[in-house]
Design a protein around this ligand. Structure first.
Ligand SMILES: N[C@@H](CCC(=O)N[C@@H](CS)C(=O)NCC(=O)O)C(=O)O
Length: 228
């Protein structure tokens, strides 16, 4: 039975990117339904798929799974060969800890640096709580890479797994908002951004023309075109 993933538009929807890139990078087939966010009628359209009123939503036969981390758990059970969680128990516990820390936290970073792939990459002044979030994320990535990442370029080695997927939008935020990044952080970001799946999402985002109706002060306002 084919899976369907309901997502928001690719320029803005950081939560949608997580299961989408995990599935694409691991060749899990699915059909995509895209709902442009924050426009008149967007909420009603999302509610047709889930009473939670948020994307992403995975439709697997007669099952509906929502919340990005729950979707990743569902996929890990349905597609064990994809190895979305590490095989080693200690590594798996660690991967779940850092994934849940992302899911539940980093509010200053998420609020101040909302994902916007149109934003021209450059260093921007950041408040201390955002810089503290960024430093914690750099520490998480460095620790995962040092302890569990020997087999490849990702947090737990060769597989682009659930933990990498949870942090994929943060890679975009580091990139677009020019957050301070050590050489190790940059190397991890480069590995993620080199994925064909990343490129596919990014290229589609560049083609989008939907502009959310409550623009933030520092956001590009020209429809479909990145602006300084
Ligand atoms: N905790 C949720 C967050 C989902 C979420 O906030 N999605 C946003 C888009 S990235 C959304 O659906 N916004 C539409 C709305 O709030 O009307 C998850 O992990 O999936």
């Amino acid at each position: 039975m084919a899976l369907t993933l309901v997502i928001g538009n690719k320029n803005y929807s950081s939560w949608s990117l997580r299961p989408w890139i995990a599935m694409k990078a691991n060749a899990i087939p699915f059909k995509e339904v895209l709902i442009p966010l924050y426009l008149p009628g967007s909420s009603e359209e999302i509610l047709k798929h889930s009473p939670a009123g948020k994307v992403p939503i995975l439709i697997d036969g007669d099952e509906r799974v929502w919340e990005s981390l729950a979707i990743l758990e569902h996929l890990a059970e349905r597609f064990p060969d994809a190895k979305l969680w590490p095989a080693d128990r200690r590594a798996r516990s660690h991967a779940r800890s850092v994934s849940t820390e992302m899911h539940a936290g980093f509010v200053p970073l998420r609020n101040h640096c909302t994902m916007n792939l149109w934003l021209p990459p450059k260093a921007r002044p950041m408040p201390p709580d955002v810089l503290a979030n960024a430093a914690r994320i750099e520490a998480i990535w460095a620790d995962c890479r040092a302890r569990f990442g020997q087999g490849g370029p990702f947090l737990f080695g060769a597989t682009f797994g659930a933990a990498d997927a949870m942090y994929a939008p943060v890679v975009a935020r580091f990139h677009n908002y020019g957050l301070p990044a050590s050489a190790k952080t940059r190397a991890y970001m480069d590995a993620v951004m080199a994925l064909p799946a990343w490129r596919e999402w990014y290229d589609a985002a560049m083609q989008e023309t939907w502009v959310m109706q409550h623009n933030e002060p520092d956001w590009p306002l020209v429809r479909g075109k990145p602006v300084e």
